[in-house]
Design a protein around this ligand. Sequence first.
Ligand SMILES: [Zn+2]
Length: 253
Amino acid sequence: MDADSDAHDRQKRISGWNQDKISAQKVMVVGAGALGNEVAKLLLQLGVQKISLVDFDTVSKANLNRCVFFSNEDAEKNALKAEVIAREAKKQWPAAVVTPVLSAVEKIPEEKWDEFNFVFGCLDNLGARMHANAQSYGKAVFIDGGTTGFMGKVQVVRSPGACFECGLGKKDYGILWRKYNCVGEVVDWIDPKMPALATTTSVVAAAQVNEFIKLVHGLEKESLAGKYLFYNGLTGSTSVYEVPRRSDCPVHG
Ligand SMILES: [Zn+2]
């Protein structure tokens, strides 16, 4: 095949690149909102062939400022987010199998989590994140992303290292009934609609999928495994922090 006939030619030019390994990964994307759209797009561009998308929510006009796969028509028809992404993915990447899972993350059968190597957290609340973290731990790498306005966060959980819940404090458990935003600030549970920006979404989703690329290629040392990255879009800076493994963590303690 000549260089311009291969969709993955340019990425294959990266030293050590293994396209077969990338294509063979089995990935679950939990949440088909802003981050879910962007993460799914990047995975498809990379050539990942098996993606399950978990979401039971429908498209609304308020999604259109940051969700690449959704259209006005989808919003008018109240189309299901996960089904729209699967439908659009089929047009451009017919070889990829994108499966919508129309369910709350808490209702996914336990054995289903065994099918995946990577789970992407593209969620808007703490409870769902904790569930995805607990179900993935020891089975799949959990790559969680969150955004609020100009701020974003990416955490990579890989057993036996620290998990998402290791990073939570007493105050998190005490007020779990309240809605949290994606970078951990408590917000009013009556109004769960967070400020959201397409630019922050793109940066955070790209950082999440970049971690996937590194871990597939065995670049553990370079990865954020056991750490989290904080992105500040106002200052244009990123910081990386270690997450200590808690011996009393309910997920693996
Ligand atoms: Zn833990």
